[in-house]
Ligand binder design. Structure first.
Ligand code: GRF
Length: 203
């Protein structure tokens, strides 16, 4: 499975996916790292790791559709057949998602359906929840929705701030994203409605 990782920033999840996919029996190959920000630190890391990189700067396009058509051309050029969003900070139109339905994963730093959107760790702390975590899910047109492939839970500790809690969650993101990609790419899971059967729960 020729997989592209889409990033906007530092790319720590990207690093883990690249590392996991180096294993000879891994069912997906990272064929491209693509960023909407030409200066994303993750791009340099991917390049150093010997992965093909590309940037499609959303700021130079008149609208979302034009931006996505460029993305699509790059993805076709590299004969990509699967996408992993890893800190990719642009929303897609239903048109783009429909091109990739069932072939696009995202990681979100919360236990969905709780805390969709941004600032998940701050909001979890403000609510006083005792369990927080992360989710890998298939992407659908609605933001932070879609069938859940993997989740990991972490405790919220008394002394936590957004940074310490976020670091604890991120360590789990790094565990479940490669596992989720392996499950999906190997065909070990199957989607039934909004459920992924054979999915993964970690704590
Ligand atoms: C992660 O917390 C991910 O869940 C969120 O954005 C962050 C990206 O981090 N969507 P990185 O670029 O993978 O280090």
């Amino acid at each position: 499975l020729r997989t592209a990782i889409l990033i906007s920033g530092r790319g720590s999840n990207m690093d883990e996916l690249i590392a996991a996919a180096r294993a000879p029996e891994f069912p997906a190959q990272i064929a491209l790292v693509l960023s909407n920000r030409p200066d994303a630190p993750g791009l340099a890391k991917a390049k150093a790791a010997g992965i093909a990189v590309a940037a499609v700067d959303h700021k130079i396009y008149a609208g979302r559709e034009e931006f996505e058509r460029s993305l699509q051309i790059v993805l076709e050029t590299y004969r990509i057949d699967f996408l992993c969003l890893a800190g990719f900070m642009r929303l897609f139109t239903p048109w783009f998602i429909s091109q990739w339905r069932g072939r696009i994963l995202n990681i979100h730093p919360a236990l969905l359906p709780a805390y969709r959107g941004l600032h998940t760790h701050e909001r979890a702390l403000a609510d006083g929840v005792k369990i927080h975590g992360c989710t890998v899910h298939f992407v659908v047109p609605e933001m932070d929705e879609g069938p859940i492939v993997a989740q990991a839970a972490v405790p919220v500790l008394d002394g936590d701030d957004a940074e310490t809690l976020g670091a604890r969650v991120l360590a789990q993101e790094h565990v479940i994203y490669p596992l989720a990609l392996r499950l999906v790419a190997s065909g070990a899971v199957r989607v039934e409605g909004n459920r992924v059967l054979g999915a993964l729960a970690e704590s």
